[in-house]
Structure formats: structure tokens, C-alpha cells
Design a protein around this ligand. Structure first.
Ligand code: ELE
Length: 336
């Protein structure tokens, strides 16, 4: 595979309550490195792709920790800038059964969120790239984040690099400032070739509800998005039914302009960690899409990688090609 992928976005430290404890019951929290775009980068790097992370981190032990985690995942960090300032954090109170997990962000004023577009060398990171991946989290950070996301897609467009945009709607971030997510996200979507998002994300973008049932509703939404966004070639989404926090049923769906494919549903039980599973889905889909695979194989890879991620603690999925390929035949038994 020639050419690299650029992932642009904020890298975070996550502090999670161990087991299913409430925060009030904990004296220590588990720390891992995450962040939506870095999670996609880690998945793609683990699947054998050449991936560069374009971000900025504090010049501090916390920034060192984040950069070391990116390197450990096999991600190129040559375009990771460093500066004095704070690290973006989030706190995860882990759920169980019918009590969902909850997230508290502590990322305002981070080095990434306060960066200016001219502090990133978009042109050199994107030179020779096959894809820019970014998400709706960067513009949700505030007016500065909107400017960063706009600069990233403008640089990709002028370099002729296709854009993958993951809606990743985070109400907690958009609601923290006087934001207009619809106009910001619609503008960014004009540059996207691939969208990761479902009919609800499309409803938000287009200010329109889709009335049909199940698959029909998703197709109706996809066709409306293809009409609104002329560059868009593929929309990838999961259909997730939550039974409880340890048991979900998941299918993968891909919509192209002239065809669609939805996989059958997989029962995912004994969930170890749900965070980062949307990013693993994106990585699995992009992995196959970049190879020019058909909709069926691409949807299957997205499904397999997201299902596998539910078994991996932490934000990032480090499973490789062998695990991805073995997924459908192993049945979960020990490999010896
Ligand atoms: O929320 C944010 O801003 C983050 O970046 C933290 C997490 O890494 C992603 O939210 C994971 O996203 P999912 O794959 O959809 O679970």
C-alpha cells in the first residue's frame, strides 16, 4: 500500500474507574491514552498502514506519555508539535448492567484546543497522503477548534487528498459554548469523501427527520446526504442495539451512491470496554476501503474490528491483520 494516512485531532488521557466502581469509591484511576482520531490511527497502524498523527501535545511528562503511546501503536509522531500548556483529559465512570458509563471532560484550554492553524504544518504532513481523517470533535472544542478543522480540510483539498469525516457528535462539548453545530459540520462535510455516521448524524446535518423504518430510513438519509454533499462517496455506520452495558447487538452498514450493504447482526456479550469501538469500526472500514474492496468485504472488516475492540481494554485497538482475518472462524476459542 503506497501513501500514508494523516489523522488530525486531539490526543487525550483517559482516567477510568476500575471495574464497575463509582468515582466516589476509588482511590486510584486507570490511565490510558485515547482520543477519537488517535484511536483510528492506532487501529490503522495495527492493521499495517503507514499513519501519521498531526496534533500538538504539552511539553510535560503527560505529553511524553501520550506520544509514547502513539509510537507504541506504530504511529509516526514526526508531526506532533509540543508546547507549554495543559493536556486534555477525560474521566470515565465505568458502567455495568443497566447503569451506563458516563464521561466528564476536562480538556478546555488544552495545548491542542488553544493551537492556531499556522502552528500545524498541514502541507508537509499531507504531502503524498492517501487520506486525511478527522472528526466532529475538533470543531466541537470551540471557535478555535472550528478554525483548526477548517484549515485541515482546506489543506487536504488543496493537496488533492480525500477526507474522511467522522461525525462523532459530542453534545457535552458543543453545549459548552455558543455553538452552531449544524452550520459548522455541514460546511466541513462539503469536503468529505467518506462519512462515518448514521441517519441521526445526517438528520442533524440536514435539519430533517427520516421517517421510514430500519434499513429504509438509513437509505433515505444516505441518499439525502449524497445529494447535499457532492464529493461524498461512502457513508459507514453501525446499527447498535444496547441490551445492557455488557451486551450489545451490532451490524455494520455501508451506503454508496448506487448500492448499500448491511451485515447481519452480531451478538456482542461480555463487553470489556465499549469506548473506542466506533473508532475501531472506522479503522476496519478504512482499512478495506483503501484497498479498493467491495461494500460487502469493507462492511465485514468494519464489523469484525469493532466487535473485536469490545474485548480490548482502553481506547485503542492494537489487534492486527491476523486477528481481523481470524475473527469469523475462531469462535472465541483459545488459539494454541
Ligand atoms: O470523546 C472524545 O472526545 C474522545 O476522543 C474520547 C474517546 O477516545 C472517543 O470518544 C471514543 O469514541 P468511540 O469510538 O465513539 O467510543
Amino acid at each position: 500500500m503506497t501513501g500514508h494516512i494523516v489523522a488530525f485531532g486531539e490526543v487525550l488521557l483517559r482516567f477510568a474507574t476500575p471495574g464497575a466502581r463509582l468515582t466516589v469509591q476509588c482511590d486510584a484511576l486507570d490511565m490510558v491514552v485515547g482520543g477519537a482520531e488517535a484511536n483510528v490511527a492506532a487501529g490503522l497502524a495495527s492493521l499495517g498502514h503507514d499513519v501519521k498523527m498531526l496534533t500538538r501535545l504539552p511539553s510535560s511528562p503527560l505529553g511524553d506519555k501520550a506520544r509514547a503511546a502513539l509510537n507504541a501503536a506504530g504511529i509516526d509522531t514526526a508531526h506532533v508539535g509540543r508546547d507549554t500548556g495543559r493536556m486534555g483529559l477525560y474521566f470515565l465512570e465505568s458502567g455495568a448492567g443497566l447503569r451506563p458509563s458516563s464521561i466528564t471532560y476536562d480538556r478546555a484550554g488544552s495545548v491542542f484546543a488553544t493551537s492556531k492553524a499556522d502552528q500545524f504544518d498541514f502541507a508537509s504532513a499531507l504531502e503524498g497522503a492517501r487520506l486525511l481523517h478527522l472528526s466532529g470533535i475538533t470543531p466541537a472544542l470551540g471557535p478555535g477548534g472550528v478554525a483548526l478543522a477548517q484549515a485541515a480540510v482546506a489543506a487536504a483539498t488543496s493537496a488533492g487528498v480525500p477526507v474522511c469525516f467522522d461525525g462523532n457528535y459530542r453534545a457535552l462539548l458543543w453545549d459548552a459554548w455558543d455553538s452552531d453545530p449544524r452550520s459548522v459540520l455541514t460546511d466541513l462535510m462539503q469536503s468529505a469523501t467518506v462519512m462515518i455516521g448514521n441517519h441521526r448524524d445526517i438528520s442533524l446535518l440536514l435539519g430533517k427527520a427520516f421517517s421510514g423504518d430500519g434499513s429504509d430510513r438509513r437509505r433515505e438519509a444516505a441518499l439525502a446526504a449524497f445529494e447535499a454533499f457532492p464529493k461524498l462517496q461512502m457513508i459507514a455506520s453501525t446499527a447498535r442495539h444496547v441490551v445492557n452495558s455488557g451486551h450489545h447487538r451490532i451490524a455494520a452498514r455501508l451506503d454508496a451512491r448506487d448500492a448499500a450493504h448491511q451485515t447481519s447482526e452480531v451478538d456482542v456479550t461480555g463487553i470489556v470496554d465499549r469506548i473506542g469501538t466506533g473508532d475501531a469500526f472506522a479503522a476496519g472500514v478504512l482499512h478495506k476501503w483503501l484497498q479498493g474492496a467491495d461494500l460487502v468485504a469493507t462492511a465485514q472488516a468494519g464489523l469484525a474490528y469493532t466487535v473485536l475492540k469490545h474485548t480490548v481494554p482502553g481506547d485503542m485497538c492494537f489487534l492486527g491483520l491476523q486477528e481481523l482475518d481470524a475473527f469469523s472462524v475462531s469462535g472465541g476459542d483459545v488459539r494454541r
